[in-house]
Design a protein around this ligand. Sequence first.
Ligand SMILES: [Zn+2]
Length: 492
Amino acid sequence: MSRGDYSYSDRDNRYRRGSLLMKCLITILILAIIALAALLVYEIRFREYQNPWAQAQAQKESMEAAEAALREESEKNEQSAPDSGVVPLISDEEEDSLETQANRLALQYDYDGAISLLRSQPGYDRNDRFKNLVSTYESTKAGCSAYPIDQITHIFFHTLIWDDAKAFDGDEDEAGYNQVMTTVSEFDSIITQMYNRGYVMVSLHDMASVADDGTLTTKEILLPPGKIPFVLSMDDCSYYHYMDGDGFAQKLIVTDDGKVKNTYIEDDGSVSVGDYDLVPILDTFVQQHPDFSYHGHKGVLALTGYEGVLGYRTDEVYKTREEGRITEYQRAFFEANPDFDFDKEVAEAKAVADAMKAEGWEFASHTWGHINPRQYTIEQVQRDSQRWHDWVVPVVGETDILIFAFGADIGDWQPYTYDNEYYAHYKSMGFNFYCNVDSSVKAWVQVGPDFLRQGRRNLDGYRMYYSPELVSDLYDVDSAWDSNRPTPVPEM
Ligand SMILES: [Zn+2]
């Protein structure tokens, strides 16, 4: 072997040793990679396995909890739950009825009411039908804007004339009826025209809220574009004795099915029940056109007390029959009704007032004696208010609305102050809303720190005959005018 060989074989040995080391390293590396990969795969698989299990477990638990709550609920609702199967949270019928209720609230612009009604139902989070409705209400509400409170108009009527021939019969009352009253056919036309123009009936209490200390804050009336709020009032809904036989309703009653209707005395003495005056006519109209009413609110009835309210003889004098106070009309009434029972009369009147309030109607004082306060001393006014409080409030409940008789007021256009003894008196009696008559402008609203005043517009024979242009924003007089109305309407 040559040196060179040796050295060759020496070099060869060194090379072989290096190659072995390399092989070992590579093997270790490969094993490490495999181990790492295996660990990774295990880790991923473990997690994949672990998570769905936890989820399924949580789902199962929450479903069991929901089912338990549901069983408890249906047990509470005295419905015996079937032994097997999942009881639905709300039945289809209940869901339909809730949708109808919510739609009606939304139709009357009470979007918050509709939303909270559905949201408060059990299982709302899983009820796509309710969730879709709520998002519709939310987007409709987002398209609404607040109507300026000081631009809200207020219209008023008296008892409506049902039978024109009897009201316009040439007797001594005809002129008065022709001037200050509206016939049923005119009223039908007026509200239909106003509805078609986008008018929506609101309450004075939608315009401002009253704090415990008697201060007022204006509220927001949210309406969709094109809708115009207005207040409606009806004066002297007493069915006074002098109107007997002149073609007016007799009284308001509650029917067996809970509806407020009128009675009407026919020529043969029989009693008919139906929509003979403003209250049931408007109730029926709103039933057919719910969107004519904001949050279900209707009109406000301005009542006196001296011959009772709503056609019921509930005043003190009908109880005491005190000589010196009793009128010829009242004497004739007792002769015609020998079985008159005062307590029964009050109870019936109260039932009517309660049913009306439930239907969205409100009551206002028109003063007990139909007085213009400033023509009387403050002591006389206080006595009048006391009679209102003693003989009308027990029937219709408390009210904070004062609608002056004769379109009068207790001050000029400047805001009321406590220096005005009439204001100080009425405010102390709890009145916060005060209405006069002002047809010269479309709207007159004055909001003071502790009162809201509003002018009202008369839509009667006098207004329609002499200044139809003053109501053209509300309706077209030519199409509403009742051709049975004698002309010219007598001047005042
Ligand atoms: Zn009046």
